[in-house]
Write a protein that binds this ligand. Structure first.
Ligand code: AMP
Length: 421
């Protein structure tokens, strides 16, 4: 027998049983996004590599280690998107979206690609949905963003097992002040830091704060806090955000070590984590990125966004509050005798046109086997069609739940079923 081709390490097949859960989640996402007045955007799966190098930052793990890049026939370097903020901003600039409205509120969903070490909750192709609001510098927008994700958690019934962690990295002036304060604190201990952090000491010292290495963790415990280095405007912005969260009764934990891995953040940053997950406990991350639109060639337009991993969110949902996503089949048509099989497709098509979900056997099996199949699919009704029934233009319609069975004319089947469900 020829060898079987296996799927690539770290990617998943979403089979129909699971896909129903995805669809249930997607319906909630679409509904909440509509209520918050966000419009869907679908940028391409691949972009020029340059976009991510400039947009996400050369120094981040994503760009330095994890990108799936290829060179196409015209020798252009392309990359499968590892995240979508850069793509959305590129699209916003290229399509002049600011001319349509000064604040663009956008959402997306789709697969992302990162060459990370696979483990539970961490894959090489994974799905994110996310939201970006481009145009407003004000804290109200930060709060709406957070409330938007919170609303999805509420709809899913898992808000209770999720923690919102929040911090501010301030504007570029505040970050520069903090950067030197942190370097001054760490300099005497440079040799005690992990190798990665020693390299980051110059290039990106803030990232040392979220290092997982125990040596780094011990040292940063007593490091100066970024909050203490915020200039007046940044401190004021952050204070307003917290005040509005309090008014809205959205609970949060201030996390001084939260910096997030991407370069583009300014001011408010946040992460939602769940204790229902193991090591990979972040289900959503985001923040304000006031400089990115300009850095990617647009005007100076402030923005904020977040992204959430669907696989991880569904792991939490499964543990805490499973979605009702059982298959729904209204009717299974059982055909007795080969002569009638030519009639079945037309009957079943008419019922489907009328809105019922219907199926029938395509293996020409016995009545018993067809009945078993109807059962397996959880059909609410079966319609039995034999020679006598066909001659009279009826089926024997059996309600699987009540066990009742009656003779029903072909054109009454839909009405009878609709009346009883
Ligand atoms: P990030 O873009 O890294 O801030 O990630 C945002 C969210 O995407 C995280 O909170 C996770 O829920 C999810 N995520 C990130 N990387 C992965 C991955 N490799 N596999 C599965 N989910 C991921």
């Amino acid at each position: 027998m020829p060898d079987k081709v296996q799927r690539v390490k770290g990617v998943n097949d979403i089979l129909p049983n699971e896909a129903r859960q995805w669809q249930a989640l997607e319906r909630i996402i679409q509904d909440v996004m509509q209520r918050y007045a966000y419009g869907e955007i679908r940028p391409p799966i691949f972009e020029k590599t340059e976009l991510f190098a400039r947009g996400v930052g050369e120094d981040t793990d994503i760009v330095s280690k994890e990108m799936y890049s290829l060179t196409d026939m015209s020798k252009t370097s392309l990359t499968l998107r590892p995240e979508l903020t850069a793509g959305v901003v590129r699209s916003y600039i290229q399509n002049n979206l600011q001319q349509i409205s000064p604040v663009q509120k956008l959402w997306y969903e789709g697969p992302m690609f990162r060459q990370e070490r696979p483990q539970k909750g961490r894959y090489r192709q994974f799905w994110q949905f996310g939201a970006e609001a481009i145009g407003s510098p004000h804290p109200e927008q930060d709060v709406e963003m957070i409330a938007l994700f919170q609303a999805i958690l509420d709809e899913l019934g898992i808000a209770g097992s999720v923690t919102l962690k929040i911090n501010s990295v301030g504007d570029s002036e505040s970050r520069a002040t903090y950067r030197s304060a942190l370097q001054d604190y760490l300099r005497p201990h440079l040799n005690e830091l992990s190798e990665t952090s020693q390299i980051r000491f110059e290039s990106n010292p803030l990232r040392i704060l979220d290092s997982k290495d125990p040596r780094d963790k011990e040292l940063v415990k007593d490091a100066p806090k970024i909050r203490e280095c915020l200039n007046e405007a940044s401190a004021n912005h952050y204070e307003q955000v917290l005040k509005m969260l309090d008014i809205m009764d959205i609970s949060y934990v201030q996390d001084d070590l939260l910096v997030r891995g991407l370069d583009y953040y300014t001011h408010t940053i946040f992460e939602f984590t769940s204790d229902a997950l193991g090591a990979q406990d972040a289900i959503c991350g985001g923040g304000r990125y006031n400089d990115l639109v300009h850095e990617l060639g647009g005007k100076e337009v402030p923005a904020i966004g977040w992204a959430s991993g669907i696989e991880r969110l569904l792991l939490v949902v499964e543990t805490i509050s499973p979605l009702n996503a059982s298959p729904e089949l209204d009717l299974f048509l059982i055909v007795l005798g080969d002569d009638l099989r030519t009639q079945a497709p037309q009957l079943i098509r008419d019922w489907r046109i009328a809105g019922l979900s219907c199926d029938s056997d395509s293996l020409r099996r016995s009545m018993k086997a067809q009945m078993r199949e109807a059962n397996r699919q959880g059909a609410k009704f079966v319609a039995i069609l034999g020679e006598d029934e066909f001659a009279m233009g009826v089926v024997q319609l059996k309600n699987f739940e009540s066990g009742e069975q009656e003779s029903v004319a072909f054109n009454q089947v839909v009405g009878t079923i609709n009346d009883s469900i």
